[in-house]
Design a protein around this ligand. Structure first.
Ligand SMILES: C[S@@+](CC[C@H](N)C(=O)[O-])C[C@H]1O[C@@H](n2cnc3c(N)ncnc32)[C@H](O)[C@@H]1O
Length: 321
């Protein structure tokens, strides 16, 4: 759905999304199929800039403005009657799904690093993955960490080194093209709008709200800008005596190949530890990339070495070898 995407290519993309989202979000699957068959809606999307036509962003913007359309007819009516506001929202926002449950996948890698830790997360969205020490966990039913409203459940296979205690985190620093502020009601609403409607929606929204409340009590430092440009500024904020950990999860597929390679080279050249949870192959040496960068799992790596395959939202960790 890039710069050259005409209505026919967009229709193909929406049909593919419809198939891929059928289990997780049946309503979105039906809505995307309706868009794929509607020339006027495809023309609305085609007129948007490249990078702004994806179903996830389009459907989140509709949800943000007036809830999830019940069916294709309501979606069409809302696009036609509210095209200006919808277009403005799509232009102003980006896909920034912030899933704190990814901390359950990150934790075993973080626990392998000597602390105290200064987390520097690039592509942080609202920074909800910067609080791995503040959430409670259940690995295969075994509790870990503080009791409280954020309970991250995770099933494992293989010798996952689940730590006996949580790491000490002394700095939470993020970089994002467009940081979201958990204390801002509009940004909170956008984070909620990005959660797909479906069987796990209620659980995800409750987790998001609870994690946002944790972050709001002690907000992270978030720098606006590109991950490569702002990395030095972010690292300059690391306090003396802390181990700097560059961290990213579900970000690199959004970054062009040349920029991604430059980022990887830069991180490798720095005296930092590096934890990534990304699509296969996004970090070199972590497998063959899936089309578009996304696949059925994300690869957890430490300093470029693959450690585990993890569920995209963190609910499962399969340790490698
Ligand atoms: C899918 S979200 C993931 C957010 C968070 N890491 C998580 O896993 O919950 C991707 C984030 O990366 C950010 N992003 C994409 N390209 C970026 C870039 N070049 N520099 C900084 N941030 C970027 C987006 O704005 C978005 O907030």
């Amino acid at each position: 759905m890039g710069a050259d995407a005409g209505p026919e290519r967009l229709a193909e993309g929406y049909r593919a999304f419809s198939e891929e989202s059928a289990a997780e979000a049946p309503v979105y699957s039906a809505l995307a199929a309706a868009v794929a068959g509607d020339r006027e809606l495809l023309d609305f999307l085609t007129a948007l800039p490249a990078g702004k036509r994806h179903p996830t962003l389009f459907l989140a913007a509709l949800r943000f403005l007036g809830g999830v359309p019940a069916d294709g007819a309501e979606l069409r009516e809302r696009v036609v009657s509210d095209a200006g506001r919808l277009r403005d929202t799509i232009l102003a926002r980006r896909t920034q799904t912030n899933e704190p449950a990814r901390c359950a996948a990150l934790l075993p890698a973080l626990a392998m690093i000597g602390g105290p830790l200064a987390l520097v997360e690039v592509g942080a969205a609202a920074g909800l993955c910067l609080y791995p020490d503040r959430y409670g966990y259940e690995y295969d039913g075994r509790p870990l960490g503080p009791p409280g409203p954020v309970r991250l459940r995770c099933t494992t296979s293989g010798p996952v080194p689940v730590p006996a205690q949580l790491p000490e985190v002394v700095a939470r620093i993020g970089v994002d093209l467009d940081p979201l502020d958990v204390t801002d009601p509009d940004d909170r609403a956008w984070l909620r709008a990005l959660v797909w409607p479906g069987p796990v929606e209620d659980e995800r929204l409750a987790r998001l709200d609870a994690a946002a409340a944790v972050a709001a009590q002690d907000p992270p430092v978030l720098l606006a800008g590109d991950l490569l440009d702002r990395l030095p500024d972010a690292l300059a904020l690391v306090p003396a005596g802390a181990t700097p950990v560059v961290l990213h999860t579900a970000v690199l597929p959004y970054v062009g190949a040349a920029r991604r390679a430059a980022f990887v080279e830069r991180v490798r050249s720095l005296p930092v530890r590096w934890v990534a949870q990304e699509g296969a192959g996004m970090v070199p040496g972590t497998g063959q990339p899936f089309p578009g960068g996304w696949g059925p799992y994300l690869v957890l790596s430490l300093d470029g070495r693959p450690l585990a395959h993890t569920a995209p939202h963190g609910g499962r960790v399969d340790w490698l070898g």
